[in-house]
Ligand binder design. Sequence first.
Ligand SMILES: Nc1ncnc2c1ncn2[C@@H]1O[C@H](COP(=O)(O)OP(=O)(O)OP(=O)(O)O)[C@@H](O)[C@H]1O
Ligand SMILES: [Mg+2]
Length: 405
Amino acid sequence: MNVLMISPGFPAEMPLFTRGLAEVGARVYGIGDGPLAGLPERARTSLSGYLRVENLWDEDAVVREVREWVRGHGIERVECLWEPGVVLAARLREALDVPGMRVEQATAFRDKEVMKQVLDRAGVRTPKHRRGRTVEECRAAAEELGYPLIVKPIAGAGSADTYPVRNDSDLEEALELTRHVPEVSVEEFIEGEEYTYDTVCSRGEILFHNVAWYRPKPLVARLNPWISSQAICLRDAEAPEMKAGRALGESVLQALGFETGFTHMEWFRTPSGEAVFGEIGARAPGARLVHAMNYSCDLDLFAGWAEAVCFGSLSQDTTKRYNTGLIFKRAIGEGTIQRYEGLDAILAQHGEHVCNIELVPIGHPRRDWRKVVVGDGWLVVRHPNLETTLEIANKLVADFRIVAG
Ligand SMILES: Nc1ncnc2c1ncn2[C@@H]1O[C@H](COP(=O)(O)OP(=O)(O)OP(=O)(O)O)[C@@H](O)[C@H]1O
Ligand SMILES: [Mg+2]
């Protein structure tokens, strides 16, 4: 099985997926615009070949270069788990006549307006929405939909340039702040808790699914720099409160005709228990959520995804054994990390349940929370009981402080 992997070294999880492909026996050919020597070792040692292109986002040129490069290699899959490359992967599949998602379908995963139009036609509950290309279009959309609203990029990531809008003056402010964004979605604001629904599929069959609970909503974390946020992978994704979300996820995959690979959907659970669609990517989630899923089942979904993509099965045991809490710490203060406070006491009491601690070392500069979701460090706690998981996660958020100065 010869697989073309777009951007095998970036973002952080890509070397693990690249290695997963090699582990299940694929020959992996990487494409990127950096030098081979600059790839993380895990990615480099898993590749059977690497093509450095001029510019990964010049799709016409990339298609030309790749077509030339792979001639005679018998490429059977083209994969990309990085959001901006999802359509490029589809273009390459079309050009090389490789099975998998085509451009039209991939676009429905990238363009948030197209996405919701397809889902609306299938009867899926999406927030009311309009495309806004100009200030006038946005004002007209607000007039029509009414407040509260959300203004966000059509092809966004990391909650960047996303603003809640509760009145006319919020709207004008949001329009000012999103001036550099070519196109926005103006959407009905959905109150409630926010969850993910993630899957690994093969030929339309869901081989693995995961529900994670964001605490708080990503937008709240984005707008409040002091918040250290959590994502909890639920052991019991079959719980009655999650039923509507799972059903929503299944109907979304069906409406978009998703066949094979990872998906990452976000959805809202309103106070009345209704599940409302948020967005979906035809890729794995970032921000260590795949690690959290691995910890919740003691499996390796980097290789599991690779097996599904190459051979149509996921042979590892996918039984969920734990609730898994991911905690992203943001330091207090600016400058250099000075000390950690309170961690030892938490570990003395709960250490056996804390399975990962990766912090910015003392003496290093604190990170820019706008750019790095994992912030100044990430920890993982897991426990079969949800209440206990939340209790320890809350302590790691509130009683453990990373102090910068
Ligand atoms: N219609 C809505 N109602 C309420 N909150 C919303 C709505 N749309 C977006 N949000 C909030 O803004 C966040 C970012 O929006 P969205 O997920 O669409 O964009 P993104 O930037 O692509 O996301 P990601 O952070 O997953 O890359 C959501 O996680 C949610 O917290
Ligand atoms: Mg999102």
